[in-house]
Every structure is written in C-alpha cells, then in structure tokens.
Design a protein around this ligand. Sequence first.
Ligand code: HEC
Length: 215
Amino acid sequence: MRNIVKIAVVVIASFSLVSCFNKNKPNFQFMPNMYEPVSYETYGDYEVFPNRMEAMHPVEGTIPRGWQPYDYPNTTEGLELARTNLKNPLEVTEANLKAGSELYAIYCAVCHGDKGAGQGILVKREKFLGIPSYADAGRDITEGGVYHVQMFGLNSMGSYASQTNELERWQITQHVMNLKAALKGEPLLIPVAPAAVETMVAEEVGQPAGNSEEH
Ligand code: HEC
C-alpha cells in the first residue's frame, strides 16, 4: 500500500514537471550568464535604440562598399536609354573575356544557350520558352541593354544584380556581345595585347613596365 502511494506521488510529480514544458519557449536556464552576453545581441530588441533595433538602418544615401548607384530606371524607357547611352567601361582583355564566358556559363547558358542562340538546356527540355537569340534583328542588342537586363531582368527573365557584382556584369556583357557578333558573322572583340595591359597596370602603380613582381 505504501509503495503504491510512493509510485503515485512520483508519477504525479513527473507529470506536473513535464506537462508545463512549452517547446516554443526557451528552456529553463540554470545559469543564464552562460547564455546571455553582457553586450547587446546583434539584431536584438533593446529600448535604448531608436525603434528598439540594435542593428540600425544605414544613414540615408549610404551605399554598400563596391556598389555603384545605377541611374537608369527599371522601365521600358530606362531600357531604351541604357541601350543607346550606357557603355561598357571595361577594357577588352583576355582575362575579362574569359571571366565573362565562365560567368555566362554559370548564370545565362541554361536559358540562352552556350552560343546565345536561345537554345539553352531548359529550352531544349521545354521547361522555358520565349528565349530570344542575341542576333534577333528586332531587338538590336547593345552592351548597355545587356547590362540593364542583368540589373533588372526583363519579363520572365530575372535580375542578376544580387548574384553578380558590377565588374562581373560587364564581363558577362563583353561575352554576350561576342556571342552576338559570332551569330551574325561579324568580327569579334579584339583583346588588348597582354603587353599593353602590363604597361597599364605598371603605370597605375607607378612602376616601370616589365617589372611585374609584387604588385
Ligand atoms: C530563366 C531563363 C533566363 C536566364 C537564366 C537568363 N535569361 Fe536573358 N532572357 C530570358 C528571356 C525569357 C528573355 C526575353 C524577355 C522578353 O523580352 O520578354 C531574355 C532576354 C534577354 C536579353 C535581351 C534583352 C533585350 O534588350 O531585348 C538579353 C541581352 C539577355 N536576356 C541576357 C541575359 C544574360 C546576360 C543572362 C545571364 C546573366 C541571362 N539573360 C539569363 C530568359 C533568361
């Protein structure tokens, strides 16, 4: 009889302990100092900060390091303006063309195809339709336009502004212009001779040409 009472007490006690457990709340902390830092937690909610946010908004007009503001609006007129006015600031070099070709293979070829004729793997498998060829006469694709659609996307094509940086988008653009030229049988971009590039780099760092060690 005594045993039954003891067992009952243990069972009830365990139930009452377990039943209050709420999975959505942090468990009981025996030594909170071990868990909670003295400093403010990143993204924490504290009264001392404006809007109670530890991570405050950047000052208005701030831009991330390496980001250049892009002034052409995401509209049909913006695309037209970019098509005519925006020019590729990059020098045509072997390195830029190579990088452009590699990035193109990663981001664009699935739809546009290796040759830019609109025959990517997704088109061949009929997963995605309506991909134009870069040589499409009606489109008159220019370097500014290629950059613009990478920034904003165009209808069912998405934006690549978060996957690539400015340099990479211009490198891709160089490659796309080459694909267009090849499709149309026009002359390709001619890379600046490597020797000339070395001279340019050397001039920038104030060293005589030919001395390319330890830049
Ligand atoms: C998911 C498939 C897809 C991918 C990936 C894709 N595109 Fe497109 N792209 C399209 C479609 C669809 C259009 C036609 C959009 C329209 O005109 O409605 C298009 C149109 C274009 C055009 C023509 C724009 C014009 O001026 O008419 C260019 C240039 C272009 N893409 C470049 C790229 C580049 C560069 C990449 C890689 C960074 C890329 N695309 C990745 C689907 C894609």
